[in-house]
Each structure stands twice: as C-alpha cells, then as structure tokens.
Design a protein around this ligand. Structure first.
Ligand SMILES: C[S@@+](CC[C@H](N)C(=O)[O-])C[C@H]1O[C@@H](n2cnc3c(N)ncnc32)[C@H](O)[C@@H]1O
Length: 267
C-alpha cells in the first residue's frame, strides 16, 4: 500500500451525494471537490471503537493501483456522516445488500452477477481489494455494485439509514483467534444491534466463518439480539447464492470446517 497515493482508509466527509449519471454511475464525481467541506453533522464527535482490522502494508499490483486512480470516482462512494440516498446512489429502487469485508471481491462479483435485481454495497478497507473489485466491475459491466473504502462499523453507523437494507453479508471476517484479540472481532453485540437496526423487517444477516470458536460466538451474539430470528436450528446450510470464497478455500485447505448462519429481522 506504500506504492500509491491512496490512504488505506480514506475519510471524506461532505454533503449529500448527487444521483448517478451516464458518466458518473455512482453519483460521486464531486467527491474530491467537496470532501473537505464538512456539514454540520460531520462536526459531531463520535465515540471511538476498537477496529476489526489493522493497518498493514500489502502488495498492490499496478493494475489495481490504476483501477483505484481511474475508477474510484465512478464506482466508489466517499465515507460521509450523512445517510446515503440508496435510490440515487444506484439509480433505481431495489433491495440493497451490504457486504462487509469483501477481500478481493470475487464472491461479491459472483453474487451481484447472479442477483441482478438486488443492489450491492461492498465495504472494504484495503487498497488491493478495492482496486481488484473496481477492475471486476469494469470488466463485467455490472451496474448493481458500489464500493465504500472505509471501516464498516462507521459506514453502517453513519451512512446507512435505519431499515434501509434488505440483507448483510459477512463472509469469513478476520477470526482474531487469540483470546486476547477476541475484542477485535467484528461480530459483537453492539455492532450486531446496529446492523439489525439498519435491516428492514424480514431482511437478513448472513455470516460465514471457518473458525469454530468464532462460529459459536456468532451464534450466541446473533441469537441474543432480540430483533433477530434464526432461520435454522443452529447453523444454516450454505445457500446456493454464496460461492466458496477465497478465505474459505484457504480454511478448507487447512482442514477447517465451515459454518453459515442466517438470521432475519423480526417485523
Ligand atoms: C479474512 S478476509 C475475508 C475476505 C472475503 N470475505 C473472503 O471470504 O474471501 C476479511 C476482510 O475483512 C476486511 N475488514 C475487516 N474489518 C473490516 C471493517 N471494519 N470494515 C471493512 N472491512 C473490514 C479485511 O480488510 C479483509 O479483507
């Protein structure tokens, strides 16, 4: 990540996002210009939280860097502290699915391709993954996928209105296997409560992990959230729409099991 001009986690507060146009499908072409002009809401201090990721320098290919430079304004939305108008963002009114931590984006692309009637908002912090997914969007011509490069906890808190989502995908989140690091895990009661509040009634949260101990934590945390209901007794069979992910493949190679969990928001 040291080889390009993007920061790993850009924070670009600003005003409302204009709608998409033919040359600006994400409606973000203004983002560089006004990203330094905070609105009133941006000045309200927010409590700090423990990050589920660490800054790390990772390799980025020239193609990913070029994609970041050229395609961010087209398909990525700057982080803001005002809720997104999803209809304007996607240029249509359709169910919106949030994916947290899409990695290199191969699963995101595959699901967005097989579900053209849904909008997908992918959130990831690392340049290489964002660059890779931008390349995929361009190559595939997908119109139903947008990206935010920022901490998903803040994106959910600040950019998504209550009851605005039809679903949430969290596939193979960083397991933080050491007990002293469990506090860094993404699936924790306060975040699950926040996520559930962003789901429309009937909307779903779908998590998957290859770490048994994290799967148990997910089951406990999701099961304890009063606004959610498990769709299965315990773990769920992998639904057809979820292909095997890169990290899942790695886990399987190491002899790990895989656990899916699907909960829905009560009405
Ligand atoms: C283990 S990888 C899994 C990637 C992909 N879902 C897969 O299954 O192949 C977890 C990803 O989540 C991202 N991540 C972790 N915490 C995040 C956060 N708070 N906001 C956005 N992305 C996050 C990491 O950068 C990493 O790419």
């Amino acid at each position: 990540m040291s080889t390009n001009t993007h920061t790993d986690i850009p924070a670009a507060p600003g005003g409302p996002i204009p709608g998409p146009t033919a040359t600006d499908p994400a409606g973000t072409a203004h983002s560089t210009a006004d990203s330094t002009a905070p609105s009133g809401a941006d000045t309200v201090p927010k409590p700090a939280h423990i990050r589920s990721f660490v800054h790390r320098r990772s390799h980025i290919t020239p193609g990913q860097k070029e994609a970041l430079d050229r395609l961010m304004p087209l398909w990525a939305l700057p982080y803001r502290t005002v809720p997104l108008d999803l209809q304007r963002t996607f240029g249509r009114n359709a169910p919106t699915i949030l994916e947290i931590g899409f990695g290199m984006g191969e699963t995101t692309e595959a699901i967005a391709t097989t579900r053209p009637g849904d909008n997908f908002l992918g959130v990831e912090v690392f340049n290489s993954g964002v660059g890779a997914l931008l390349k995929r969007i361009e190559a595939s011509g997908l119109q139903n996928l947008r990206i935010v490069q920022h901490d998903a906890v803040e994106v959910v808190r600040d950019m998504l209105a209550p009851q605005s989502l039809a679903g949430v995908h969290i596939y193979f989140p960083d397991p933080w296997p050491k007990a002293r690091h469990h506090k860094r895990r993404l699936v924790q009661p306060p975040f699950v409560e926040l996520l559930a509040s962003r789901l429309a009634p009937g909307g779903y949260i779908h998590c998957a992990t290859d770490w048994e101990n994290y799967a148990q934590q997910m089951l406990e945390v999701l099961g304890a959230e009063p606004s959610l209901c498990n769709t299965c007794e315990g773990y769920a069979p992998r639904p057809e729409y979820r292909p095997q992910t890169k990290f899942e493949t790695r886990g399987l190679r190491l002899g790990h099991g895989v656990w899916d969990l699907i909960f829905t928001r009560k009405s």
